[in-house]
Design a protein around this ligand. Structure first.
Ligand SMILES: [Zn+2]
Length: 249
């Protein structure tokens, strides 16, 4: 398991909770002693155009600082996807997050859809045909859903349940029915019991990571990766992300 990370993800490029100081640091402190860090390149404009319109790209470009870090975040997701497809599980410790970025608009602290860009790049290069995207963030990834609506080869799934056991069991039931060449996880930790959603424990994140690993080994030659989406309580974010990575490893 490798962790894709760039020092520029530490920069406070905006005033939203995803860009808050200390957020990336809280995960970095927990995971860097255990996982090798890999440095990504920024995504190219051609990469961003895989899922976004010229109009949207120029809109984001006007926020110069945000634009630069957002290109690096998309590049980080691409790096994680490329590692995964070559047989090395990976996690993109990236920001800004991406799952609320649609082809022509964005909201919710997102600018470019890191996950969708990374999956689409693997597809256009012919490295995969079918992908499953599991998004366990508290919030529905409307951007990812919009980008892949009508694309039969990419399944986007956002589990919902009021009970934590039901939530975890629901993921297992979903995965049992899937066939894919890769599994990609939009890993948002804002459903944590001490975060906004107040549901999942640290142990649950490890369990979900194990299920992703199990699925990938059974169905898609171990190809699996995740990218960071939400998660806002810095006191527990690192611990929960580490638990998920431990499960995925
Ligand atoms: Zn969220």
């Amino acid at each position: 398991m490798k962790v894709v990370y760039h020092p520029r993800y530490l920069e406070v490029y905006a005033s939203d909770p995803a860009a808050a100081p200390g957020r990336i640091e809280s995960i970095l402190i927990e995971v860097s002693p255990y996982f090798e860090l890999v440095t990504p390149e920024p995504a190219s404009i051609e990469d961003i155009k895989l899922t976004h319109t010229d109009w949207h790209i120029s809109d984001v470009r006007e926020m110069r600082h945000t634009y630069e870090v957002a290109l690096l975040a998309a590049g980080g997701a691409i790096k994680a996807a490329e590692l995964a497809v070559s047989g090395e599980p990976a996690f993109g410790l990236i920001r800004p997050p991406g799952h609320h970025a649609s082809p022509n608009s964005c909201w919710g602290f997102c600018f470019f859809n890191n996950m969708a860009i990374s999956v689409e790049k693997l597809r256009v290069k012919g490295k995969i045909k079918k992908a499953v995207i599991l998004d366990f963030d508290l919030h529905f990834g409307d951007g990812t859903d919009n980008i892949f609506s009508g694309v039969a080869d990419v399944v986007y799934h956002h589990p919902e349940d009021r009970e934590r056991q039901g939530f975890v069991d629901g993921i297992a039931r979903f995965l049992e029915k899937q066939k894919a060449d890769i599994i990609a996880v939009s890993a948002g930790f804002d459903r944590g019991v001490e975060d906004w959603g107040g549901l999942l424990t640290t142990e649950d994140y490890q369990t979900i990571g194990k299920m992703v690993k199990g699925f990938s080994e059974k169905v898609c030659q171990g190809r699996r990766y995740g990218v960071l989406e939400g998660g806002y309580n810095h006191d527990v974010l690192g611990r929960n992300a580490k638990a998920f990575l431990d499960g995925m490893t």
